[in-house]
Design a protein around this ligand. Structure first.
Ligand code: AMP
Ligand code: GLY
Length: 420
């Protein structure tokens, strides 16, 4: 099988690592890729916002399967264009990707499917914003309705800050959603689906805030670990039955079947599991910890999802142990990341590249906000964590920032689901 991965982050590097170890994969390409993917996959330049260009590349390269990493190409219709070219594609149609692209669309689907989520107030203007904030009460949750790379949400007890964020989104021509605040730890649960059959992966947890102790601004994700030693028994089966399967069934019923990766961002609240958001693709950096634990060959699994044959796929097999990834970010991330700094010590095992590029002299340089996702596995979470931080210590990048507490609360047994 010739597999083309679309994207250029550490998620795509993790996908390439897993795909390249599947004996069914005869050739692998990553477009546009980064300095890390270029070591294990052919690099091909492409504009990921251009579905026609992606389909043309897939045809020209002779791909048997295209795996689309990021949400932007999916929402733009990359999977539709690839399938129209007669090539199997892992990823939802543009219509189905609205489950991530529009938070209000996702709310409609959840309401129709009876899926538990936060109460929400759609906001069209400044007066509605004030009313919605008064009704929701503090803590305030104010969201950009559209795609914002994980940075469109403000959670605050400061009403002025809530108003300022809502107004900024409205002034930029966007739509705003105010939501009920959800307490309790967050879980990212991924499921591979062909639109009918749903296979959940291992639950993971992401660290969304930039700084230790969950301080600082929301980011795309600063680190992750899997599995979750504190997760209630039966969590995955419960979420499959109450969230994932009903959502996939509802999308099919609407005539917008969702195939690809359905990512449920969940809060385990005192009143039960609630969906915080859906994403239409593998999460980043959770993928970097889930895939190293997957023993089942990845290409066969994604191909089965892309071709509607997941019902015939054998049950997933997992390696024992745990995985931790620590994101090494550029100075100034997330507001104004500095790029162009040399990166060294980034070629060892488990060092997944995100925003990196090779310059004309062959030097690897930072090229984005999240530069590396440094990953390790181990027999348990504490061991995986220690191994990941040992690898981080070998990285050299001027002004680099990373959290020193990834997976720490879980290792120390400090995470608990609130009691009702
Ligand atoms: P989202 O882009 O919807 O995933 O939101 C990003 C982050 O904001 C989530 O991972 C949560 O940490 C936080 N968040 C979003 N919605 C809520 C909510 N209703 N209650 C509490 N925190 C939230
Ligand atoms: N890790 C959060 C995301 O992928 O959206």
């Amino acid at each position: 099988m010739r597999v083309l991965v679309v994207g250029s982050g550490a998620r795509e590097h993790a996908l390439c690592v897993a795909l390249s170890s599947d004996p069914a994969v005869a050739a692998l390409a990553c477009a546009p890729g980064n300095a890390g993917t270029a070591r294990i996959a052919e690099a091909a330049p492409v504009d990921v916002t251009d579905p026609v260009a992606i389909a043309a590349l897939a045809t020209g390269w002779g791909a048997d399967l295209v795996v689309v990493g990021p949400e932007v190409p999916l929402v733009a219709g990359a999977a539709d264009a690839v399938r129209e070219a007669g090539i199997a594609c892992f990823g939802p149609s543009a219509e189905a990707a609205q489950i991530e692209g529009s938070k209000s669309f996702a709310k409609h689907v959840m309401a129709a499917a009876g899926v538990p989520t936060a109460r929400s107030w759609p906001v069209g203007g400044p007066a509605e914003l004030e009313t919605a904030l008064s009704e929701s009460g503090a803590p305030y949750v104010v969201k950009d309705d559209g795609l914002a790379a994980g940075k469109g949400v403000v959670v605050t007890t400061d009403r002025d800050a809530a108003v300022a964020h809502g107004r900024a989104v409205l002034d930029a021509g966007g739509a705003v959603l105010v939501e009920e605040f959800l307490d309790g730890p967050e879980v990212s649960l991924f499921a591979v689906t062909d639109g009918t059959t749903v296979l959940p992966l291992l639950p993971a947890q992401d660290h969304k805030r930039r700084d230790d102790g969950d301080a600082g601004p929301n980011t795309g994700g600063m680190g992750a670990y899997a599995p979750l030693p504190w997760a209630p028994p039966g969590l995955v089966d419960d979420v499959l039955a109450t969230v994932l399967q009903p959502t996939v069934d509802e999308m099919r019923r609407r005539g917008e079947p969702f195939s690809g990766l359905l990512y449920a961002g969940l809060a385990l609240t005192s009143r039960g599991v609630r969906v915080v958001e859906f994403n239409a693709r593998f999460g980043d950096p959770e993928t970097e910890v889930v895939l190293p634990l997957l023993e089942t060959p990845l290409a066969g699994l994604l191909h089965a999802a892309a071709t509607g044959t997941l019902a015939d796929h054998p049950p997933l097999r997992w390696r024992p142990g745990a995985a931790v990834t620590v994101v090494v970010a550029a100075s100034g991330y997330p507001e104004t990341p500095r790029t162009g700094d040399p990166v060294t010590g980034a070629d060892g095992e488990g060092v997944l590249h995100a925003g990196t590029a090779v310059d004309a002299e062959g030097t690897v340089r930072s090229a984005g906000g999240r530069v590396l996702a440094v990953t390790a596995t181990g027999p348990d979470l504490a061991a995986a964590r220690q191994a990941a931080y040992e690898r981080v210590a070998a990285v050299r990048l001027a002004g680099a920032h990373w959290r020193s507490d990834v997976a720490l609360a879980a290792v120390e047994g400090r995470i608990a689901v609130p009691e009702a």
